[in-house]
Design a protein around this ligand. Structure first.
Ligand code: HEC
Length: 215
């Protein structure tokens, strides 16, 4: 019996809502032009306007016209693919590293420091110190591990998935790898001119200046 009363009350309460929807319907029937319809207001007689030169599309892809697809389909799909990648999905080239360096500077450097030893400004002001990227455990960690730390956070470190899109997370991973290499490069694995210079520097010999076209 009690249940019946409650049901009746719910039904009664939802009545005003139903009429509300009917009132809102007014908004479905506004005076507006359909795509490709005629409109004498414009010189060419068409309702659709040609976008001015240089116009950037606000949305693209199959769902572009829908309210949920403003970002466009392709971007969403690429993000999902990047997020599912087990290893670095992008070729590690200068462009990726430059992007990674820039994003690292914005999102990681304040705590992890420019060289990644964990002695960032924020840490100097009292935030818990992160481990150095140059410890053996993190040098041996797979790319995907670093990607996951960025996405999900780690202990005192906050997750960055809401601020850094997947492609940028992989760019940062590539840059963290470059940082690690920069502090742990093997002399024999360096390109010859650079290794010769490094040897000379380590041996205290004056190094010949690099030619401008050398890496
Ligand atoms: C606000 C400071 C802060 C920022 C910004 C920050 N981190 Fe961290 N990070 C930490 C701290 C603190 C730890 C150690 C957390 C712990 O052990 O509880 C950590 C740990 C790590 C670790 C090591 C995890 C492990 O297994 O020990 C990696 C890798 C890392 N961060 C990468 C990044 C990257 C890449 C970014 C930028 C996208 C970033 N962090 C931004 C503070 C920060």
């Amino acid at each position: 019996m009690k249940r019946m009363t409650r049901l009746a009350l719910i039904l009664l309460a939802s009545l005003p809502l139903a009429s509300c929807e009917r009132m809102m319907k007014n908004m479905y029937d506004q005076p507006r032009d359909q795509a490709y319809s005629a409109n004498p207001l414009f010189e060419d007689g068409a309702s659709m306007r040609t976008p001015p030169a240089g116009t950037q599309a606000y949305a693209s892809g199959a769902r572009a016209g829908s309210s949920s697809g403003r970002q466009g389909n392709e971007e969403t799909i690429r993000g999902l693919q990047d997020d599912a990648a087990g290893t670095q999905p992008y070729p590690v080239d200068g462009q990726l590293l430059a992007r990674g360096k820039e994003r690292y500077g914005i999102y990681c450097l304040p705590c992890h420091s420019p060289v990644g030893d964990g002695d960032g400004r924020i840490v100097r002001r009292g935030f818990p110190a992160p481990p150095s990227y140059h410890i053996a455990r993190l040098r041996a960690a797979p790319d995907r591990y670093i990607y996951d730390v960025i996405s999900q956070g780690y202990g005192a470190m906050a997750p960055y998935a809401d601020r850094i899109p997947p492609a940028d997370r992989w760019a940062i991973v590539a840059f963290v790898r470059a940082l690690q290499l920069s502090q742990y490069a093997k002399l024999d694995e360096l390109p010859a001119p650079i290794s010769a210079r490094a040897r000379a520097a380590l041996g205290g010999q004056p190094a010949a200046p690099l030619k401008a076209d050398e890496p």
